[in-house]
Design a protein around this ligand. Structure first.
Ligand SMILES: [Zn+2]
Length: 478
């Protein structure tokens, strides 16, 4: 199996690693040979006309691009419920295009773009703008999230119905970054979205309990002299919201669950029939508050990294289904917002390109999940929660060819400069992670092809467009 820092040269311009074709990319049929769908028995997959046209062993197809996928696992294209693409307004941090490229490199075929942009995605006009930029880029299906309240100000409901009826067909609404802390507004939003089968995704953070908070509140925050962000500030909002969601019989989605107490509340609510779903981030699955002792702002995230007991609880909850999905909370920032003192640094880590590897490490290699379980939590369930048609489907004849091929035997070291995201901030920098995406297909078209395939017909056929950021010149050196 080829190493993942393969730097062989092939045709086309390179971004951080591998190539991403533009709209002119290949639409020729692709024959994937000997791949293991969901980690099961090896088979061949013929991708043609945007669908999985045929499966079975020993297939041949005239004119098809052949991929030798011996040892690779095929998963349905990953779906992220929680991505910050930053455009419009913070194009210095990320754009729809750069974030889409990062998504394709990470194995995603659909992402939900959070609403805390500038202007805020709180009108039909803004969500349609984001949706159109996603379509134009064409590397991943961009599903805009609509804001719950006007300007994320928490005072007045945004035009949820107009966003739902727009071309962007918004179904997920969130003020993420901020909590909808007014219980009456939260109730109204939950009631309103029922009309179009929507979901309200809450960033659960009691604002008064977390003023100026810098890290998880506990013994370590006292030792380090940093203002604490207590677990109770998350749990209090989740407890309130599951009661409201149950009362009005609407769908609440809890963003980035980080504490053992939150898991207990969600487990209780589900046992009572409340329509609640929940996500956990890769960083909350892997890292603890002990990282904060380094004072390296890459570890400053919101909600904060928690205790080892909390990490064990969220892993167990993801395994048993109490937490439904993994969502990245991909939050790119430019260097100046992170290369500063801890207190002044922006919160967040990038995540699209590392999510699958982290999940392989903490869930698959520990025996907590098999690949079918990973597919369920990173594709099937998020597509269901986000109401994303055509994604999270079985790998079977007649289904849309939204697929990712993964090399589970690969190991790679996370180098922030070699990632496609413009964000410089990854909490996993310097870590060696298992598993690597080898190719991603959106409706049968390759949206990412790893360097190891660059010299194959698939790599050659991928029409490549260069990264548009100024530093791209330095990156075309692989
Ligand atoms: Zn959030």
């Amino acid at each position: 199996m080829t190493g993942t820092h393969d730097t062989s040269t092939g045709t086309g311009v390179r971004t951080g690693r591998g190539t991403t074709p533009g709209d002119g990319g290949s639409t020729r049929p692709v024959l994937v040979r000997g791949v293991r769908p969901l980690g099961g028995d090896a088979t061949d997959l013929l991708l043609a006309d945007g669908i999985v046209a045929e499966t079975g062993r020993g297939m041949t197809a005239d004119g098809a691009l052949v991929v030798d996928a011996d040892g690779l696992v095929a998963l349905p294209g990953l779906v992220d419920l929680h991505t910050h693409l930053r455009e419009p307004g913070r194009e210095d941090a990320e754009t729809v295009e750069s974030g889409s490229r990062a998504a394709a490199l990470g194995g995603f075929t659909a992402v939900h773009a959070m609403a805390n942009t500038d202007p805020v995605a709180d009108t039909a006009g803004v969500v349609e703008q984001v949706w159109r930029m996603g379509r134009r880029t064409g590397l991943v299906d961009v599903r805009p999230v609509g804001a719950v309240t006007v300007g994320l100000r928490g005072e007045q409901l945004a035009e949820l119905g107009a966003m739902a009826d727009s071309a962007a067909a918004v179904r997920v609404f969130s003020d993420d970054g901020l909590c909808v802390s007014d219980a009456v507004l939260m109730r109204r939003a939950l009631e309103y979205v029922k009309a179009f089968d929507g979901v309200v995704a809450q960033h659960s953070q009691e604002p008064r309990l977390t003023e100026a908070a810098q890290m998880h509140e506990g013994e370590l925050s006292a030792v380090l002299g940093l203002r604490g962000w207590p677990a109770a500030a998350e749990e209090a909002i989740i407890a309130r919201d599951v009661l409201i969601a149950g009362h009005v019989d609407s769908h609440l989605h809890v963003c980035h669950v980080s504490t053992a107490g939150s898991v207990e509340i969600i487990r209780w609510a589900k046992s009572r029939g409340v329509r609640v779903t929940a996500e956990v981030t890769p960083h909350h699955l892997l890292l603890t508050h002990e990282e904060v002792a380094s004072f390296d702002p890459v570890f400053k995230v919101n909600p904060p990294l928690r205790t080892p007991e909390d990490v064990a609880a969220v892993r167990e909850a993801l395994a048993d289904g109490t937490i439904d999905v993994v969502a990245t909370d991909h939050a790119p920032h430019p260097a100046e917002d992170k290369d500063c003192e801890w207190d002044a640094a922006a919160a967040g880590t990038t995540g699209l390109e590392t999510a699958l590897s982290v999940v392989q490490q903490v869930m698959v290699e520990t025996g907590l999940l098999d690949w079918a379980g990973v597919a369920e939590r990173m594709s099937v369930r998020p597509a269901g929660i986000g109401r994303v048609a055509g994604h999270g489907r079985p790998i079977a004849a007649g289904e849309p060819a939204n697929l990712v091929l993964v090399d589970p035997a690969a190991r790679w070291r996370v180098d922030p400069g070699a990632l496609a995201t413009w964000g410089c901030n990854t909490a996993f920098q310097g870590s060696t992670l298992p598993g690597r995406v080898v190719a991603t297909f959106l409706r049968g078209r390759p949206t990412f092809v790893a360097p190891r395939l660059a010299d194959t017909p698939l790599g050659s056929a991928a029409a490549v467009h260069a990264a548009s950021r100024p530093e791209a010149a330095q990156e075309v050196t692989a």
